[in-house]
Design a protein around this ligand. Structure first.
Ligand SMILES: [Zn+2]
Length: 145
């Protein structure tokens, strides 16, 4: 286990080094001073999402969705519950595929909702369709630092 975890701020995208033995839920960003974890998914665009993929030591669980997609609306409260209960084991990010088609095609997202898990810059798990809280929890446990 590394002595410090790189945690990317969901508000300003600064990479913070958080001591691994400290409770990260209380940690604040060194740049914008906001809390690094608030128990809510971070809605990011493609460019910001790439920064998180590149710089985060935490597993990232990303929900690719769109406003017109009914199953995505069913997924949304499950994903919010996951962020509330599973942070800081993982970072939960939402990407609107209509606004960000480039990153969706880069990672071959076709049907939505699509849940992708990133660890150390790589896709380590993915599932199409509504994904239950138990699966999200098992990913967070399996890939945590
Ligand atoms: Zn910040």
């Amino acid at each position: 286990m590394p002595e410090k975890l790189r945690v990317v701020c969901p508000h300003c995208d600064a990479t913070n080094a958080v001591p691994a033995d400290r409770q990260p839920l209380s940690a604040k960003c060194g740049r914008c001073h906001d809390k690094l974890f608030k128990g809510v998914p971070a809605a990011l665009d493609g460019a910001r999402t790439r920064k998180h993929i590149r710089n985060s030591d935490l597993p990232l669980i990303i929900d690719f969705w769109a406003a017109w997609c009914g199953p995505c609306r069913a997924m949304a409260p499950i994903f919010e519950q996951a962020a509330l209960t599973l942070e800081p084991k993982a970072r939960f990010i939402k990407v609107d595929v209509d606004a960000n088609p480039d990153i969706a095609s880069e990672y071959s997202v076709q049907g939505i909702p699509a849940l992708l898990v990133f660890k150390n810059g790589q896709v380590v798990a993915r599932q199409a369709g509504v994904t239950d809280l138990g699966t999200l929890r098992s990913w967070a446990e399996q890939f945590r630092s």
